[in-house]
Design a protein around this ligand. Structure first.
Ligand code: 5GP
Length: 171
């Protein structure tokens, strides 16, 4: 199955000159969605992770079913003000400005082995913020899986620079 076929390119979204890669056709097709989770499972079933950490919102869609399939926990990372218990947050630099990501203080504990999952790696800003958040909590990142990697952007180098081995299904 060619999974790229189930990613829809939306020109000029969310603003002019940007192409958005829409993953909802994957979700709407059982075979495609199942193939994504299965391919991620095959890549990561022996990675030794205790938990999957995934970012709001599309990271949840792929991270949660993969965690169930792998038989491990799931940790949601969200924007400030969204998680009800005590939060641990990191602010990280973006090309223009900065952003903040948070998780519950007891979600990742020292020594936890973490697999990061997100739908798409673009500039790597989000993934780098997640790396910082997980490491500040004492977690050890054993891998990072993305459904799509935009290889014309810097995400690949950002992951290398952070010392995180990553992989993806669609380029
Ligand atoms: P980055 O931080 O690497 O620049 O962007 C990746 C993050 O933004 C991911 O969490 C992803 O969900 C979201 N994102 C950015 N661009 C796109 C896109 O074209 N398609 C999708 N599905 N997500 C995107």
């Amino acid at each position: 199955m060619n999974l790229r076929h189930y990613v829809r390119d939306i020109p000029d979204y969310p603003k002019k000159g940007i192409t958005f890669y829409d993953i909802t056709p994957i979700l709407g097709n059982h075979e495609a969605f199942n193939a994504v989770i299965d391919q991620l499972y095959q890549k990561y079933k022996d990675c030794g992770a205790d938990k999957i950490v995934a970012a709001d919102a599309r990271g949840f869609i792929f991270g949660a079913p993969l965690a169930l399939r792998m038989g491990i926990g799931f940790v949601p990372v969200r924007k400030p003000g969204k998680l009800p218990y005590k939060n641990r947050c990191v602010t990280y630099d973006l090309e223009y400005g900065s952003d903040t990501l948070c998780m519950h203080v007891d979600a990742v504990n020292p020594g936890d082995k973490i697999l990061m999952i997100d739908d798409l790696l673009a500039t790597g800003g989000t993934a780098e913020g997640m790396v910082k958040l997980i490491r500040e909590a004492g977690g050890e990142i054993v891998g990072a899986g993305f459904v799509i990697q935009l290889s014309f952007l810097d995400g690949d180098e950002v992951m290398h620079a952070a010392g995180v081995t990553h992989d993806f299904l669609i380029e």
